[in-house]
Design a protein around this ligand. Structure first.
Ligand code: PLP
Length: 460
């Protein structure tokens, strides 16, 4: 039952929460004291008890242009009124083609074919399938191995969890895909704590692709390596200087495809369209989602090197389907309209440059937390930052989650935590005084932290 007041507002704590099984949530704990957001504009959410909540996480790393951008909202409304849905299996609608061209306009050179899907998980599974099928259509069908990375997050599909490396996301789901191996992650707090920007140490971690995995499996069996340029969901692990360049060189040497999962790093997070641009390393495919439509309508995409696409066109007989893959909602008209408007907003408002210009201020504010109680490491790049905390012995996640709760309830600030790490990724429109407010809230909460906080998650 929902109770509304005389003005039509939903009244706090009157909603029956029992039926919705919440994703990646401690359901029992949440439902004991729900945290409800009811509207959003610019840098702020409004909670059901009427508080304005500063959004330190762009929703879930996705609302890059800020909430409720009128141009995007208007485009969606217009499209919904014009044509709600059109099938894209053997049919088309103009906006999806325009959307693909708009994406190619900001993609690294050479990546100019776009496969649309509905979210990051689908983008990853689509990219893995493209990689496997690409080798097959070229007559190199022995290449079936996929290599991901420990602590990598590539969504929740079976492909994504197979190449992903977060134990909690994998351990309940059986053997997932066969023939997958993992690089180690490059986080090395002992050598790189409190790095500003890219860590100095650890590029040699990329060498194990050649020295350990490729040697072990035979290069001729490896189809693709997939990595997030910055490992976001696991708590902001940055690539050491030179690391991604090394991965690229090794993949080139052995004819292995390199996939950058840019679901988080795409669309200005580092002050460039993609992390590939920031690092000067061009992968063979980019997976993206989230900021693609400013999260206003779900959409994902794989941006593919032209010759990979062309290999499919060349291999299939005339008048036959070249790639047996797709989703009912691939290139949905509402998503396509939202995406086109989002790309215009990014361009018109110079959003990526804006993020680049704000990054040094953000870095300074993030590192002001050094020396506060329980702060073990601060890592940052662009408008992303991870703050790793000393955990409570025997209660993993309890420390960071307590900070999250106190920020929300006492400071009106939304942060995100994973394990005992706070991950911040505000909308790119954030102003200096909002950066100050965000870090001041976290600092205040850290200063008042007890050795063992009274609140902690129900499930680790
Ligand atoms: N890949 C990366 C790097 C991500 O960070 C995420 C989500 O955070 C995904 C894939 C999955 O995206 P989605 O939740 O839209 O399926």
């Amino acid at each position: 039952m929902i109770i509304v007041n005389i003005s039509g507002d939903i009244m706090p704590n009157t909603i029956n929460t029992e039926h919705f099984w919440m994703p990646f949530t401690a359901n029992r704990q949440f439902k004991a004291k729900p945290r409800m957001l009811v509207s959003a504009s610019g840098m702020y959410y409004t909670s059901d008890d009427g508080r304005k909540i500063l959004d330190g996480t762009a929703g879930l790393w996705c609302v890059n242009a800020g909430h409720g951008h009128p141009k995007i909202t208007e485009a969606i409304a217009q499209q919904a009124a014009t044509m709600d849905f059109a099938p894209l299996f053997q049919m088309g609608h103009p906006k999806v083609f325009q959307a693909a061209s708009a994406l190619v306009e900001i993609a690294p050179e050479g990546l100019n074919r776009v496969f649309f899907c509905n979210d990051g998980s689908e983008a990853v599974d689509s990219a893995l399938k493209i990689a496997l099928a690409y080798h097959r259509v070229r007559g190199d069908g022995l290449r079936t191995r996929l290599i991901g990375r420990e602590r990598g997050y590539h969504g929740v599909g079976f492909g994504g969890i197979a190449v992903g490396g977060i134990a909690g996301n994998r351990k309940h789901f059986g053997p997932t895909l066969a023939g997958v191996d993992h690089l180690r992650h490059p986080l090395d707090i002992a050598r790189n704590a409190f790095s500003r920007g890219l860590p100095e140490h650890g590029a040699e971690m990329a060498d194990e692709l050649e020295q350990r995995l490729i040697t072990l499996h035979d290069p001729a069996t490896v189809a693709a390596v997939i990595v997030e340029p910055i490992q976001g969901s696991t708590g902001v692990i940055l690539p050491p200087k030179g690391y991604l360049q090394k991965l690229r060189a090794i993949c080139d040497k052995y004819g292995i495809l390199l996939i950058f999962d840019e679901v988080i790093t795409g669309f200005g997070r580092l002050g460039t369209p993609f992390a590939a641009d920031y690092f000067g390393v061009v992968p063979d495919m980019i997976t993206c989602a989230k900021g693609l439509t400013n999260a206003a309508v779900p959409m994902g995409a794989v941006i593919v090197r032209q010759d990979i696409h062309d290999a499919f066109m060349a291999a299939a007989p005339e008048n036959t389907i070249e790639f047996f893959h797709g989703y009912t909602y691939t290139g949905h008209p509402l998503a396509s309209a939202a995406m086109l408007a989002t790309m215009e907003v990014f361009k018109e408002e110079g959003m990526f440059d804006r993020a680049a210009n704000m990054a040094p201020y953000f870095e300074e504010a993030a590192h002001s937390l050094k020396g506060l109680p329980y702060v073990k490491d601060v890592r940052n790049l662009g408008l992303v930052c991870g703050i790793e905390l000393e955990g409570v012995p025997g209660k993993p996640t309890a420390r960071a989650f307590d900070v999250f709760l106190k920020c929300f309830w006492d400071k009106n600030v939304l942060i995100r935590t994973t394990g005992d790490i706070i991950a911040l990724s505000p909308p790119l429109i954030i102003e200096k005084q909002q950066i100050d407010a965000l870090f001041a809230a976290i600092a205040d909460v850290l200063k008042s932290q007890k050795a063992v906080p009274e609140t902690h998650t129900v499930a680790a």
